[in-house]
Design a protein around this ligand. Structure first.
Ligand code: PMP
Length: 394
């Protein structure tokens, strides 16, 4: 039977990682894969997570299964982190999932179960895995305009025009903060306009929030998600702990389904648990346990927030530096948007040819659509990148 299998397309970002590894140049720069790295190029274990692991190792007495929805303490802590007091706890059904990807996948599964004819509207561009999972699940996908390559900002008029085609029962996928891959985000009033449109059309918003704390801070980054959660009758939210807790390989995420109508809670919770059961039974526990320990212990939480703030401010400083270096070298504000963008990524708006020249001539690796991982830079490599961008005539 295996002879009937077709080759799957290679994951471009993973292929880029391999090409970087194989490149012998010592001054090569990796701006590809979406993993935070400090100035030394290391993805550290956060102090509070390490401490929680030590404590848990002492306390843990069993590795028997948790519940299908995962440990309730994890759901409670994450609902608090993402939603604050925007909605009441009994309005939120939630299950732990293997990473944010697991939450996205389970959300799509729930959508398909609830409304097989729902179309999912996604931003152009979006995280490529959104598209490939939707395709794999044969869910009809519609792209809406999002990025304006000229300004480096959001093409909000184009976005709203395209969202005008949504029908009742459709789903619109939005990035809660720190849009991947562009780094360009909606303003508060723009979010409100999207909420009004979604409600007028009877569309369900789905929020993917994978970088809370990487943009303007934990609270500010959750503001849009909270507005949507309290402003729409039903909302799906896929949250990842990979980045803000630095626990990528532990596979820790939470899917939340918020409904204003209290009577829907039990059936939604039951369906989320059912989906976990069908797909992998119990979700991973270790990362989720670390997250709930960090979030519920005052000292650990304070330390985690401080370290996360350092990470965030470090990336903001690199944005400022790159933007001003490019201003100095080009004599224009063409790259001013880099300082306006938020999160780990910026899409520079360079052609694939220029991206290839940066790789071949300068050993600078970025994704083909010119997305750079800001955390792949440090104070010393920023001038090199700026110089290279000018030299290739971008
Ligand atoms: N959504 C977006 C937009 C992402 O960028 C990522 C990570 N690349 C995820 C979800 C999921 O990440 P993970 O499964 O590693 O938690």
């Amino acid at each position: 039977m295996f002879e009937h299998l077709n080759e799957q397309p290679k994951d471009k970002i993973l292929a880029l990682m391999q090409a970087f590894k194989d490149d012998p140049r010592e001054d090569k720069i990796d701006l590809g894969v979406g993993v935070y790295k400090n100035a030394e190029g290391v993805t550290p274990i956060m102090r509070a997570v390490k401490q929680a692991e030590r404590q848990w190792w002492e306390q843990e007495t069993t590795k028997a299964y948790t519940g299908l929805a995962g440990d309730p303490a994890f759901s409670d802590a994450m609902i608090g982190l993402v939603l604050g007091d925007a909605v009441a706890r009994d309005q939120v059904a939630a299950v732990a999932t293997p990473g944010g990807t697991g939450a996205v996948r389970q959300a799509f599964d729930l959508i398909r179960m609830a409304n097989p004819s729902a179309r999912v509207f996604v931003s152009d561009p979006t995280w490529p895995n959104h598209l490939s999972i939707l395709k794999h699940m044969a869910i009809e996908t519609v792209m809406y305009r999002y990025f304006d390559a000229e300004s480096g900002g959001v093409d909000f008029a184009g976005m709203m025009e395209d969202l005008g085609q949504m029908r009742a029962g459709d789903v619109v996928l939005l990035h809660g903060c720190c849009h991947n891959p562009t780094g360009a985000n909606l303003t508060g009033p723009e979010w409100q306009a999207v909420i009004d449109l979604v409600n007028a059309k009877g569309v369900v918003p789905m929020i993917d929030i994978a970088y809370q704390g990487f943009g303007d801070g934990l609270e500010a980054d959750a503001a849009a998600t909270r507005m949507v959660a309290s402003g729409c009758p039903e909302v799906l939210i896929a949250a990842s702990c990979s980045k803000n807790f630095g626990i990528y390989r532990e596979r820790t995420g939470l899917l939340m389904a918020v409904a204003q109508e209290r009577g829907l809670h039990a059936v939604t919770q039951g369906n989320l648990a059912y989906l976990n059961r069908q797909n992998y039974s119990f979700p991973p526990d270790h990362g989720a346990r670390m997250v709930s320990l960090v979030l519920t212990d005052d000292a650990l939480r304070v330390d985690w927030q401080a370290e996360l703030e350092d990470v965030r401010n470090g990336m903001l400083a690199l944005r400022e530096q790159l933007s001003s270096e490019l201003r100095r070298l080009s004599g224009s504000d063409r790259y001013g948007f880099i300082a306006q963008h938020r999160g780990m990524f910026s899409r520079l708006g360079l052609s694939p040819e220029i991206v290839e020249r940066l790789r071949a001539e300068h050993g600078i690796y970025m994704v083909g659509d010119s997305r750079i991982n800001i955390a792949g830079l440090n104070r010393d490599t920023v001038p090199k990148l700026a110089q290279a961008i000018i030299e290739v005539g971008a």
